[in-house]
Design a protein around this ligand. Structure first.
Ligand SMILES: *Cc1c(COP(=O)(O)O)cnc(C)c1O
Length: 389
C-alpha cells in the first residue's frame, strides 16, 4: 500500500511517549491526575440538554440540514455578537455559517484560501490544526513566535516584508491556547492594519472568549473598525457551554471568506445535525448566566493552583483568560524532562510546551478541566513538592 505525502508530513504525535509513561504509572497503581487535556469536566447545561431532547423528537430535523446552518442558529450567533461584543451588524444571510466545531473549519479553511506553495502565518506555540490545515492544502507555514517578552503576541515588525507580501492568511487566537495570553484592542487594530497592508486574511480563533477573570473581557476582532474587510472569526460553543462533544461552532465575518469555506464544506460534509443547531441556538440565547457560573468555577481553580505553583518556585501570574496556565519549567529542565519528572514525583500530568511547537520549549501547560476534588488533590501533591524551588 502507498499513502499520500501529506500523511507523512503530519507532525509525529509528541504525546505517545507520555501516554506510555502514564499507562506505566497506572499499572504501578499510581493515582494519575491528568491536567493535560483541555476538555471541560462539567456537563453541558441542563437547559441545553432539554432543548436537544425536544429538538431530536422533531422528524423535520432528521433530514440533511441546510449547508450554511439553520436560520435560528445563525440569527442566535448574530444576536450573541451584538449583545456580547460591540458587533451589531453581522448579517446571518451571508456572514455566518455553522461548522462541525471550530476544528473542522480551521482545518478546512486552508483548502478554501491556500494553493500549493502559498504561505500561511501561524503562531508558535499554537493549536496544531492551524499548520496541519496548511499541510493538507500543500501550503507552507511561516512561524510567528509567541515570546514571553512580547506577552505571547506576534511581533509583526519582525516579519520580513517579502514574507508578509507572500502570506495569504494568518491565524490569531486570543485568549490563547496554550499560553493563556490575551490581546488588547490596540493589538487587534495593529493586526487588521498589517493584514490590510499586506492583503492577508485574518482567521481569529476565539474559542476562549467567554472564559475570563477579574473584570477583564476579551474582545472580538470584529470590533475593530473595518475588520470585516479582512477578517473572519471562529466562534465555538465547545468551551463556554461544555459542548465539546456536540460539534458545533460558527464562522463569522468577511462574506467572501465565509462563502469560500462554505463552498469547500458543501463538497465535504452535510452540516451539523439540525437538532444540535437548534439546541445551540437556545444555548446562545439563554446561556449567559451558565457561562458566568463556569467562569466562577475556573476562577476558583485558578486561585488555588496559581499560588501553589508560585510557592513551588514557578514564576507564573494568574492569566486573564482561558482555563489554562502556561508556566516556565523550573531548574533549566526541558519541557519533556519536567513533565516526566513531575509525573514521577506527583502522579500529575501536565502538557510539555513543545507539544504546541518549538517555541513552547521551556514551558508547560496546565489545564484546569478536572473536577474540583481532583484539582484539590493535585494542588496538595504539588504543594508537597519542594524540589523545584
Ligand atoms: C478547543 C479548541 C478548538 C476546537 O474547538 P471545537 O469547536 O471543539 O472544534 C479550536 N481552537 C483552539 C485554540 C482550541 O483550544
Amino acid at each position: 500500500m502507498q499513502f499520500s505525502e501529506r500523511i507523512e508530513k503530519i507532525p509525529p504525535y509528541l504525546f505517545a511517549e507520555l501516554d506510555r509513561l502514564k499507562q506505566e504509572k497506572i499499572a504501578q497503581g499510581v493515582d494519575v491526575i491528568s491536567l493535560g487535556i483541555g476538555d471541560p469536566d462539567t456537563p453541558t447545561a441542563p437547559f441545553i440538554v432539554e432543548a436537544m431532547k425536544k429538538a431530536v423528537e422533531k422528524s423535520e430535523h432528521h433530514v440533511y440540514p441546510p449547508y450554511e446552518g439553520i436560520k435560528e442558529f445563525r440569527q442566535a450567533v448574530a444576536d450573541f455578537y451584538e449583545r456580547r461584543y460591540n458587533v451589531p451588524d453581522l448579517n446571518p444571510k451571508d456572514e455566518i455559517i455553522a461548522l462541525l466545531g471550530s476544528k473542522e473549519g480551521i482545518a478546512h479553511i486552508s483548502l478554501a484560501v491556500l494553493d500549493p506553495g502559498d504561505l500561511l502565518l501561524v503562531p508558535d506555540p499554537g493549536y496544531p490544526v492551524y499548520s496541519t490545515g496548511a499541510v493538507f492544502a500543500g501550503a507552507e507555514s511561516y512561524i510567528m513566535p509567541l515570546l514571553p517578552e512580547n506577552r505571547f503576541l506576534p511581533d509583526f515588525g519582525k516579519i520580513p516584508s517579502e514574507v508578509a507580501d507572500r502570506a495569504k492568511m494568518m491565524f490569531l487566537n486570543y485568549p490563547n491556547n496554550p499560553t493563556a495570553a490575551v490581546a488588547s484592542m490596540d493589538f487587534l487594530k495593529e493586526a487588521v492594519a498589517f493584514a490590510k497592508k499586506h492583503n492577508i486574511i485574518i482567521c481569529s480563533d476565539n474559542s476562549y472568549s467567554e472564559i475570563f477573570f477579574d473584570g477583564y473581557r476579551p474582545p472580538s476582532i470584529l470590533e475593530v473598525e473595518g475588520a470585516k474587510d479582512v477578517a473572519v472569526e471562529f466562534f465555538s460553543l465547545s468551551k463556554p457551554y461544555n459542548m465539546t462533544g456536540w460539534r458545533i461552532a460558527s464562522l463569522v465575518g468577511n462574506k467572501d471568506v465565509v462563502n469560500a469555506l462554505l463552498t469547500i464544506k458543501k463538497n465535504l460534509d452535510s452540516g451539523t445535525f439540525t437538532a444540535v443547531q437548534e439546541a445551540a441556538a437556545v444555548a446562545l440565547n439563554h446561556g449567559d448566566s451558565f457561562i458566568e457560573d463556569m467562569r466562577k468555577i475556573y476562577d476558583r481553580r485558578m486561585n488555588k493552583m496559581i499560588p501553589t505553583l508560585q510557592e513551588m518556585g514557578i514564576k507564573v501570574e494568574k492569566p486573564k483568560g482561558s482555563f489554562y496556565i502556561w508556566a516556565p519549567v523550573p531548574n533549566g529542565m526541558t519541557s519533556i524532562q519536567f513533565t516526566r519528572d513531575l509525573l514521577e514525583r506527583t502522579g500529575v500530568i501536565v502538557t510539555p510546551g513543545t507539544g504546541f511547537g518549538t517555541h513552547g520549549e521551556g514551558f508547560f501547560r496546565i489545564s484546569l478541566t478536572q473536577p474540583d476534588h481532583r484539582i484539590d488533590e493535585a494542588v496538595e501533591r504539588l504543594a508537597k513538592t519542594q524540589v523545584y524551588a
